[in-house]
Write a protein that binds this ligand. Sequence first.
Ligand code: DER
Length: 216
Amino acid sequence: ISNKEQKEMVANKIAERVKEGDVIGVGSGSTSFLAIQAISKKIKEENINITAIPTSQEVSLTCSILGVPVSSLLNLKPDWSFDGADEVDPNKNLIKGRGGAMFAEKLVMKSSPENYILVDESKFVNNLGEKFSVPIEVDPRAVNLVEEELMKMGGEEVKLRLATSKDGPIITESGNVILDVNFKEIHSNFEKEIKLIPGIVESGLFIGYPVEIFTT
Ligand code: DER
């Protein structure tokens, strides 16, 4: 079956978990979008009240349009969360951030006791970094320093993520830029090491998080 059909199957599967009163962390990306649609349908059909904690303005808008009440980590702690991923390795480590929302996604994931990662089979890799670069959110003032430090860590190619419908770089919801970095090998301590570089706000490495992989 196609990736789209797999994503729809996984989205419908996660919607079955929703129960009255749930506070749910809602991830970004196309699979999470399908899940929100399936959840919106279910809560209307079964007259269930839930609250979403969105991980981007786009997700917040989508929830509102679909009639899913939203709140924030300032007000509520999620009971559980779902999100997508770009890569999943055999130890359930992830690369995320194609959508550029990994800062809020990591906050929600760390705040949730249960995290479900919705993936089609194209996301599974043997080693992180096989298919995707590691997205790293950086304060614009630190780009040169960070690039130098990442190269020292074995970064092979550091690309500033450019916008497609405006001139210049992508600007994140925190006002930062994103560097996409290829690494030949990603060690288990990379996520922590990267966070020590001044100017780095977040990376798309999710290593050792208690996640449950939801797939077809
Ligand atoms: O940006 C993200 O982390 C998203 O979850 C992304 O990695 C998955 O997006 P997809 O469901 O559209 O493949």
